[in-house]
Ligand binder design. Structure first.
Ligand code: NAP
Length: 245
């Protein structure tokens, strides 16, 4: 059977890396990341050991020129693009809205929203020619909860991803392309340390009905299901992987 090709943005760590390892037996991979060369090399080696062809596409999805370069590398390596996990995302330092400045908000929207939309646009251009494709955008429970006193700007970027998912899915459904989103809850990755609170997920897990954080692998399983033909009649939806919150 011909192996499908999958682009994962933000695949050097966390949820993106877990998706890559779970997908490797089925998909050949294009793995994007921004800075972590060692992390990306480790994920690549793990995926190759599981049977995947892998290319690394280093680049900042917040930079449109980098997105052009990412797709040039994919087009050179693979004849088609079957699937996209639009996962790269950032938070800022925890703060109240009155402490947010323009540069932080501009950067967060450039990466989490405009970058994700441009990455999806380029995928759709290729998938429409093929008459098939599947996209999963990574949102957050923050899109529902608002993240008061921590990062309301981040929550707003993820709410944008939710409605982008719905609109794009309606636009491309008749072309054989499915577009869905996953909203992770408190997941045990390094993103919390990058926001200045390494223990954030563990501390807040008392508010989760299941009383624990989730793992990147638990989120990846939901993402890979939505991406697969097992979800062939599912489009325009968001799947919460949140332990109930
Ligand atoms: P993570 O562990 O911090 O990993 C983030 C990944 O994205 C890394 O591979 C990073 O690459 C990459 N990345 C960051 N900025 C990038 C950019 N501008 N261009 C390209 N790649 C970039 O984060 P995670 O927890 O796995 O989060 C993955 C997604 O899930 C994000 O969209 C996040 O908002 C969402 N999410 C996470 C949680 C959670 O609790 N962890 C909850 C809800 C939603 P480098 O390190 O190489 O720069």
């Amino acid at each position: 059977m011909t192996r499908k090709t999958l682009l994962i943005t933000g695949a050097s760590a966390g949820i993106g890396a877990a998706c890559a390892r779970l997908a490797a037996p089925t998909y050949d991979l294009a793995l994007n990341y921004r800075t972590d060369d060692d992390g990306a090399a480790k994920v690549k080696a793990d995926c190759e050991a599981l049977g995947a062809k892998v290319i690394l596409c280093k680049g900042d999805v917040g930079d449109p020129k980098a997105i052009t370069d990412i797709y040039a590398a994919i087009d050179a390596a693979y004849p088609r693009l079957d699937a996209l996990i639009n996962n790269a995302g950032i938070v800022g330092q925890t703060a109240r809205v009155t402490d947010l400045d323009y540069d932080r908000m501009r950067h967060m929207f450039d990466v989490n929203v405009i970058g994700a939309i441009l990455i999806a646009k380029e995928a759709v251009l290729r998938m429409e020619k093929q008459g098939a494709g599947s996209i999963v955008n990574i949102s957050s429970a923050a899109a529902r909860l608002g993240s008061a006193n921590t990062y309301v700007d981040y929550a707003a970027t993820k709410a944008a991803i939710d409605i982008f998912t719905k609109g794009l899915s309606d636009e491309v459904a008749a072309s054989g392309i499915r577009v869905n989103a996953v909203r992770p809850g408190l997941i045990d990755t390094n993103i919390h340390a990058k926001g200045g609170e390494p223990d954030r997920a563990a501390q807040l897990s008392v508010n989760v009905p299941m009383k624990r954080t989730g793992s990147a692998e638990e989120v990846a399983k939901g993402i890979l299901w939505l991406l697969s033909d097992d979800a062939s009649y599912v489009t325009g939806t968001t799947l919460d992987v949140t332990g109930g919150r």
